[in-house]
Design a protein around this ligand. Sequence first.
Ligand code: ZN
Length: 233
Amino acid sequence: MDKILDIARQQAMRFGFSSAIVTFRQKKQVASIRLRTGIPTFSFAAGVKKFPEEIIAALIFTLLARLKKNVHTMEYQSQRAILIKYLKEKADAERQKMISLRRSQCNPQGHTYNLEERLKEVVRSFREMFLDYYVNSDILITWGKRTTYKRFGLWHAQSRVIEVSKTLDAPSVPVYVVNFIVYHEMLHAIRGIKQSKRPHNVTFRNLEKKYPQYKEANEFLSKIHRNRGILPV
Ligand SMILES: [Zn+2]
């Protein structure tokens, strides 16, 4: 905290200010700056305290330069580049951590159904669509941790994990319903990491309708939805 305030004051003086104020907030944005009664006032996300000193200096410098509308200098360009590189690497590392965590927590063995077996069967049944992707990707499948009654499947594109709602892991759920969810999520998977604005567009819906028990599976899922998660008997 004191270290950050020291850097802020030193840099502020370089830009012709007499002092600086530093505050910390729980927020998403890394940092912002505004003038309060002529004094540059910084608002930092709490995580900034853990940044290396040279990164904090680069952050403060770029904020002050922008405040002073003095951004056409070599120093601004180089400080900004240092900052962006650091933030990007940090975000990448956090994303990798999230991906490893999600993949390590996969649990395909349920009480009634083993989802790896379901996935293999779906790939076998629709090999023209899925086999290439399946053998060339490290896709994983897992039961979700909670029961649901609206969404029964999820495709986690970045971690390449299919998640199926725990609600469907029951003897009264026909196997073609579980397979249908796996089929639906595999359709997302083969479309790649590029997220469409409308993932369930006409092309997608037409492929979905190729599932032989499309109607029956949807009717079963609608019943669960109407009963708020209680399985039809
Ligand atoms: Zn979907």
